[in-house]
Design a protein around this ligand. Structure first.
Ligand code: SF4
Length: 372
């Protein structure tokens, strides 16, 4: 429950991100009937480019009053970049002059109508990030703040307004660690999957974590039905701690136990993300350890090419990371298959516009919007 559902404490009150009960409290607090809440809730998430003037179910006086008291959207789209492969990167400005990036990735597989079968939106959950993973451009921004549930959902709503076909999947894999903003992320999930909005089914949403095991246990205990992905990227604690300092707090053994607990509670297979780094985690021993680590529960491994982050001026180990050469990359892939691991290769969609996995760092803030 949002602790602050009073329009009197802010110049303008943000309405996106409130669940129906909270919207009802809002309407009651301004002397309006509760049933307005469900009307607004449906319009907010099912209408394109909604404004208060277009909510014709409401009397004109109420529409004007709402326009004075509240905001429908707080994000402003300030830049759109499209890759040659169809990937689109959105730059959004927030109400406090900070910025975030969101990426829409069309699948390479086409559906019956000749358009991409899936369109996956990679959403940010924090401004910056505190976890300092060495292969990730977002780490260079440091942690600024959590996004509200409304700011998370608005990325979906505003991105959808700029593409003709429906967004089919959503991954919490953009800027930030979603488990460190758990309540707002789950509130966003509840709204996106709410029967009145029907924006996405829960199995079309994936939360990716660097390994915050408290969050994994909580998702399991709450029987969350969205999918879980784990950024693994190493098969020994030494290497993982070097690449991902969070491993000092939650090591591989504890992570494995948490993932097993999650699977026992939810029955949902897990995805492991594994960026291949030249000479660091791409040897035969790694393939064998990776097989042992991931066989504890039904799972698949996504192998990801490393996308250079030179544009963030990385220091120390981060400056030394190199992608595994293609020949060794595919040899590692084949070895995992021989070992019985379900393994996929994740494409480098959007690399040319710094929109590929690990590259989100607000690298070009100048504005520019075209219609797609
Ligand atoms: S990989 Fe994720 S958790 Fe790690 S620094 Fe980047 S955004 Fe944060």
């Amino acid at each position: 429950m949002n602790t602050c559902v009073s329009p009197h404490q802010h110049a303008k009150f943000p309405l996106t991100g409130l669940v129906p009960q909270e919207l009802a409290e809002f309407f009651v607090s301004i002397g309006e009937p509760q049933y307005r809440a469900l009307q607004l809730f449906k319009r907010l998430y099912t209408s394109q480019q909604l404004s208060f003037e277009t909510i014709t179910e409401f009397p004109i006086a109420l529409r004007q009053r709402l326009a004075d008291l509240a905001h429908l959207y707080t994000l402003t789209l300030t830049k759109l970049q499209q890759s040659y492969d169809g990937t689109i990167k959105f730059l959004f400005h927030l109400h406090d002059a900070r910025s975030i990036e969101t990426v829409l990735i069309p699948s390479e597989i086409l559906g019956n109508n000749g358009t991409p079968k899936r369109r996956t939106l990679c959403v940010s959950t924090q401004v910056g990030c505190s976890l300092n993973c060495k292969f990730c451009a977002t780490a260079s921004l440091k942690m600024k703040r959590n996004l509200s549930a409304g700011e998370i959902i608005e990325q979906f709503l505003l991105a959808q307004q700029h593409v003709r076909e429906p967004i089919t999947n959503l991954v919490f894999m953009g800027m930030g660690e979603p488990m460190l903003n758990y309540d707002n992320v789950m509130r966003a999930v509840e709204i996106l999957t709410h029967p009145a909005t029907k924006l996405l089914g829960s199995r079309r949403i994936t939360l990716s974590t660097a390994g915050i095991i408290d969050g994994i246990y909580r998702m399991a205990d709450e029987r969350r039905t969205i999918k879980l992905a784990l950024s693994l990227h190493a098969t020994t604690d030494d290497v993982r701690t070097m690449l991902m300092p969070i491993n000092k707090k939650y090591n591989l053994r504890e992570l494995g136990n948490a993932v097993e607990y999650y699977y026992r509670k939810t029955g949902i297979p897990v995805t492991y993300e594994y960026i291949l780094l030249d000479g660091i985690n791409d040897r035969d021993d790694d393939a064998r350890r990776l097989q042992r680590l991931t066989r504890r529960v039904p799972s698949k491994v996504n192998l990801i090419p490393f996308h250079p982050i030179d544009f963030t001026n990385p220091q120390g180990i981060a400056a030394q990371l190199r992608p595994t050469p293609p020949q060794r990359f595919y040899a590692f892939h084949s070895r995992l298959r021989e070992l019985g691991v379900t393994v996929m290769v994740r494409s480098s969609s959007g690399k040319d516009i710094h929109a590929a996995c690990g590259q989100l760092a607000l690298s070009n803030l100048s504005s520019g919007i075209a219609a797609y």
